[in-house]
Design a binder for this molecule. Structure first.
Ligand code: SF4
Length: 245
């Protein structure tokens, strides 16, 4: 396996995206925050999902959104009310974070969640990951979702060694970003996250034999499952990545 400083792998990006999205349509994980494009609802879900299982978050998210359906209603809530709504998720700082976040949205953005990444990143507790997830899932913007899961899948596809720090590595960030489908970024990113969870999981043997992107994956070829890798020259619809950084 190569280190993350070099890549030498050609894949047909258009076909890769199409195969992944088509698989995603059949294997979509249904969470309540995925059935909305309301940026406030998605932002609250992302805050709740931090270091917390989706199954634990789902019922609390639904009650929370029912009680506080918008920024205005959340702005009127007391700290005690918010604590009572969220205490079962743990991480007490979440309440302070939400209060500070809402105050800044009201003060700096007239009560509207900003769409620009540079603005989102000024809000308390908004990481690059949360800003990208919000932009993609709320506004269908082609931001890459870069976390340990998407890094793991990408590392296997390109046969790159991954570490905890790889999500901050410029090569991984570019590889993941270049694969995002600019026409269907929301569907693409949902499918990638679902593939990482269901087919290419952490700490378990990847299920390469049922993987929709197996034919593009160097790891799969390494273990003898994949045939017919592209040896074609890169065209406008393909990416050729072979460099040292
Ligand atoms: S072929 Fe295997 S290793 Fe490659 S992405 Fe699919 S499940 Fe993961």
């Amino acid at each position: 396996m190569k280190t993350s400083s070099s890549v030498d792998h050609t894949l047909d990006v258009v076909s890769f995206r199409s195969d992944l999205i088509n698989w995603g349509k059949e294997h979509f994980r249904s969470f309540p925050w995925r059935s909305t494009t309301n940026p406030y609802h998605i932002l609250m879900a992302e805050v709740m999902l931090h270091r917390t299982q989706a199954s634990q978050v789902a019922p609390i998210y639904e009650r929370f959104i029912s009680g506080y359906p918008d920024i205005a209603s959340l702005s009127r809530a007391t700290r005690e009310e918010l604590h009572n709504s969220l205490y079962s998720l743990g991480l007490r700082w979440r309440v302070d974070l939400i209060i500070d976040m809402v105050a800044q949205i009201n003060e700096c953005f007239a009560g509207q969640i900003p769409q620009e990444k540079v603005d989102l990143l000024t809000l308390p507790g908004i990481s690059d990951y949360v800003a990208s997830a919000l932009r993609c899932f709320a506004w269908n913007l082609p931001d890459a979702i870069i976390d340990t899961n998407t890094v793991r899948v990408t590392g296997r596809i390109y046969n790159l060694e991954t570490r905890d720090s790889s999500r901050r590595n410029s090569l991984f960030r570019r590889l993941i970003s270049d694969l995002v489908d600019p026409q269907q970024p929301r569907s693409y990113n949902f499918a990638l996250l679902d593939l990482a969870a269901q087919v290419c999981p952490k700490g378990q043997r990847p299920l390469c034999e049922v993987c929709p992107v197996q034919k593009y994956c160097l790891y799969s070829r390494k273990i003898g499952l994949s045939e017919g890798f592209s040896n074609r020259s890169a065209t406008s619809s393909e990416s050729m990545i072979s460099e040292e950084i």
